[in-house]
Write a protein that binds this ligand. Structure first.
Ligand SMILES: Nc1nc2c(ncn2[C@@H]2O[C@H](COP(=O)(O)OP(=O)(O)OP(=O)(O)O)[C@@H](O)[C@H]2O)c(=O)[nH]1
Ligand SMILES: [Mg+2]
Length: 295
């Protein structure tokens, strides 16, 4: 049995979380069209007949800005690269100089196997347009393979798995065969609620919001799970936005989150959301540790 850790890394928004969900066939990782959606490391586990792939979803590596919070996200991604047996670098199907710094980080990993995945090929009608991209990355002489794929349509997944399997060390399984993640349900649920802030609110609000689960009552699990959660924001004005006129926004967030949570937990869910202001929560290391953003 081959098994190992595969760090899924890349710039923000390239489709890392979408890819993880596609490979695991379950919506574990949150996804949005906005950059810097993923804040935490998440393991998605795929066990096949002869291999166990442990994919690590990571925050997008931002190379321009390195302020406090963004720098902390970058640290999460770099440590996943260090821990992994294989690094899967995801890129857009267009050339950008913004990849340069990340390529420097990859070189530092020495001879650890690296695979490049050119994602979102569904956006290119003429596949010939990919040739300059492939050539640019091939010239780096850094990757064991360069593969085109679409996490959205599922195109290219078989080839990707075949390539990754070649690089997995031969060990026992890292996780029990029927596990699909290392995260607690509560943690996944908190993130699904946070995802709705990315879907429905704008500008700084999604980046100023975080969700914690106050109570997760599964005493009647077969029938219903009751979840009480708090969304923390940084300012009073943001609280107003998250609640919305006559509570319209918080209702919308709750309704959309509940559907995703029910799908994930496979049972009916009662969801109650509170919104609270907690100034400078991003700088409060104790709080960050409490919500799992800092270890
Ligand atoms: N057309 C197309 N869109 C995709 C594909 N993969 C992801 N996307 C979209 O790209 C956007 C970003 O996807 P995410 O999976 O959140 O990207 P990410 O790399 O995890 O982003 P961060 O967590 O912010 O670093 C979303 O709108 C996805 O629907 C793809 O193969 N094709
Ligand atoms: Mg992500």
């Amino acid at each position: 049995m081959k098994s190992g850790l595969i760090a899924v890394i890349g710039r923000p928004n390239v489709g890392k979380s979408t890819l993880l969900n596609r490979l695991i066939s379950e919506k574990l990782a949150i996804v949005s069209p906005k950059p810097q959606t993923t804040w935490q490391r998440l393991h998605g586990i795929l066990t096949t007949g002869d291999a166990q792939f442990v994919f690590i979803d990571t925050p997008g590596i931002e190379t321009e800005r390195t302020s406090g919070f963004i720098a902390a996200l970058k640290k999460v991604a770099l440590s996943a690269m260090d821990d992994a047996d294989v690094v899967l670098h995801i890129v857009e199907p267009d050339l950008t100089s913004k990849e340069t710094a990340l390529i420097g980080d990859l070189r530092k990993l020495g001879d650890k196997p690296k695979v490049l995945l050119i994602n979102k090929i569904d956006t290119k009608k003429d596949k010939g347009q990919l040739l300059p991209v492939v050539k640019w990355y091939a010239d780096l002489a850094l990757y064991s393979a360069l593969l085109p794929a679409s996490a959205k349509t599922g195109d290219g997944m078989d080839l990707l798995l075949a390539e990754l399997e070649k690089h997995l060390p031969t060990e026992g399984m890292l996780y029990h065969a029927d596990m699909i993640t290392d995260r607690y349900e509560k943690e996944l649920v908190a993130d699904l609620i946070r995802e709705k802030l990315f879907s429905f609110t704008r500008e700084e609000v999604p980046y100023a919001s975080v969700c914690t689960i106050d109570k997760f009552d599964e005493s009647e699990r077969d029938r219903i799970i009751r979840i009480y959660a708090t969304i923390f924001v940084e300012k009073q004005s943001q609280k107003g936005i998250v609640i919305g006129a006559h509570g319209s926004m918080i209702k919308r967030i709750g309704a959309a989150a509940r559907l995703d949570i029910e799908r994930l937990l496979g049972t009916k869910v009662y969801l109650e959301l509170y919104v609270k202001v907690r100034q400078d929560w991003k700088k409060d290391r104790g709080f960050l540790r409490e919500i799992g953003l800092e270890r």
